[in-house]
Design a protein around this ligand. Structure first.
Ligand code: HEC
Length: 500
């Protein structure tokens, strides 16, 4: 059979040649980062295809279909979470792979082209991460992507055109989702697979570089099969186990649906963009004339990353030193250390800063945590009509939307709150009590400690006057007074305007 196949296709000979290739210096776990990255890519493709069966890219359906995947599709939440953590794994392993090649000087002659293709792969993968970030169309997706789109738009010369292309319209909406979807699902994966093929083909041509030493011939070569293959499999498998555990125990978050009018939410970028985000933040917080700040901002977001990429691509031609020994390459090692150390410190500063901002704004920290619990945003708009007699269906429906976007993050979709943190609104006598008192709380917020159903609450309820219109406040108060079995009178915009 094999002979028959081989005579007609050459597959068997090809596979044998592939498997029996020598590995200079012997097989090593150090070589497994690259193959683990490829494995993560395959995981992303498999889970991504599954997600496209259910995901629907438009402003009216993106968030809803994501929620549907999490809640209704069998194993949908798991697959989405695998895709979510798989992205992190792919980028993390790619970075480790790149760092190792950098440290070992494996980019040197004759592997310049392989390195350059690798750097392009790095960029393409980051674009995949960036475009995927928008697709769930929750608050964080929208607001973080808005920052990214604005940054792209601020680029000199091409900025405007790039902005128009990405956004595809005057604002971020359905067309933007479609652009990002097209880039994320078709363009970049196609380019990625092509480049990975090239990367591997060049790799086969040159063979692996081996450890960072100069006296290579003295080393006795190892075998790809079964030694290296075994190690690659072990590392990929370990990665999969970790990704799987993360997907099960820390599922992909889904915040409240994207709302361009929400000014409270503090977006958090993906961890691999945190350093850049933080750099922009640091630059924005220094006290200097605005023209200088503008330039520094441009430097942080456009000029510096571009320079870094140019230097990376040109590295094999800049660093002509033929030696690969660590001790003979101090400049490259020190520069790598500085950039890496800087990125790590900036990421921590950024992380801290985002958390601080979220505490200040209260709203999103909790929106993010409650959403990870999965499925708390289910608002059944059919349930809230009728009760209280005067509630019209349209007001209750509008109130449900205001509630989902602004209140559900803390008080929960079902109005049940979180014991001792956020009070329940369901079966809460204050909520169904005098309308003016409820209006006053929603208008002005509340910080005095309260007791509901025996549990104490001493957090801060944000003030909504100014952030929501009187009509929206009337809608949402009407909604909380009539949803989840609550029965109390509806409230009008006039009542809200008249209140303090
Ligand atoms: C950042 C989280 C957060 C958000 C968002 C939020 N609340 Fe609250 N809410 C609280 C906290 C905390 C309290 C309790 C405050 C206290 O202990 O003084 C509270 C209290 C209340 C109360 C008073 C309950 C009582 O028993 O006295 C009402 C009514 C209420 N919220 C309605 C709303 C509505 C309507 C929205 C959306 C427009 C909303 N909340 C959004 C955190 C939040």
């Amino acid at each position: 059979m094999l002979k028959w196949l081989d005579q007609r296709t050459g597959f068997v000979t090809m596979t044998t040649e592939f498997l029996t290739e020598d590995v200079p210096g012997g097989a090593s776990y150090w070589y497994a980062f690259g193959s683990a990255t490829v494995f993560a890519m395959m995981l992303q493709i498999a889970t991504g295809i599954f997600l496209t069966f259910y995901y629907s890219p438009s402003a009216a359906t993106a968030w809803e279909s994501t929620k549907y995947i999490i809640e209704k599709v069998p194993a949908g939440g798991l697959v989405l979470s695998l895709h979510y953590w798989g992205a992190t794994a792919m980028i993390a392993f790619m970075m480790m792979h790149m760092l190792q090649v950098l440290l070992w000087g494996a980019y040197k002659k004759p592997r310049e082209l392989q390195w350059i293709v690798g750097v392009i792969l790095f960029i393409v993968t980051l674009v995949l991460g960036l475009t995927g970030y928008l697709l769930p169309w929750d608050l964080n997706a929208l607001l973080a992507s808005k920052v990214a789109i604005q940054i792209a738009g601020s680029a000199p010369i091409a900025g405007k055109a790039v902005l128009l292309f990405l956004q595809d319209g005057s604002g971020i909406g359905t067309l933007t989702i479609n652009r990002f979807f097209g880039i994320h699902v078709w363009l970049t994966p196609a380019v990625l697979v092509l480049l990975v093929g090239m990367h591997l083909a060049i790799f086969r041509w040159n063979g692996s570089a081996g450890p960072p030493i100069d006296e290579m011939p003295k080393l006795k070569p190892g075998r790809f099969w079964p030694d290296q293959m075994f190690m690659d499999t072990v590392v990929s498998f370990a990665m999969f186990v970790i990704v799987f555990a993360l997907a099960v125990f820390s599922p992909a978050p889904l915040d409240a649906k994207a709302d361009p009018n929400n000014t409270q939410f503090v977006p958090y970028p993906a961890w691999y963009f945190m350093a850049l985000f933080s750099l922009l933040d640091v630059v924005g917080s220094v006290h200097l004339p605005s023209a200088v700040i503008d330039f520094l901002g441009l430097f942080a977001t456009i000029i510096f990353p571009t320079l870094l990429i140019v230097v990376l691509i040109a590295l094999p031609f800049i660093d002509k030193n033929p030696s690969r020994r660590l001790s003979r390459r101090p400049v490259v090692l020190v520069c790598t250390g500085l950039v890496l150390g800087g990125a790590i410190i900036l990421s921590f500063v950024g992380q801290y800063h985002v958390q601080e901002q979220q505490m200040l704004h209260g709203i999103n920290a909790s929106a993010a945590t409650t959403s990870t619990a999965g499925g708390v945003y289910a608002v059944d708009t059919t349930k809230n009509g009728g009760a209280g007699g005067k509630v019209t269906a349209s007001t209750a429906g509008a109130g449900a939307t205001v509630y989902t976007t602004n209140c559900a993050g803390c008080h929960n979709a079902e109005g049940t709150g979180t014991p001792n943190v956020f009070p329940p609104l369901k079966s809460n006598p204050v909520v169904t009590g005098p309308a003016d008192a409820v209006i006053a709380i929603v208008n002005n917020g509340l910080t005095t400690p309260i007791t509901v159903d025996g549990a104490k609450y001493s957090g801060a309820m944000p003030a909504w006057k100014g952030n929501l219109t009187p009509q929206q406040i009337a809608d949402v108060v009407t909604y909380i007074r009539s949803a989840w079995g609550n029965k109390a009178s509806a409230v009008t915009a006039a009542q809200v305007s008249a209140a303090k």
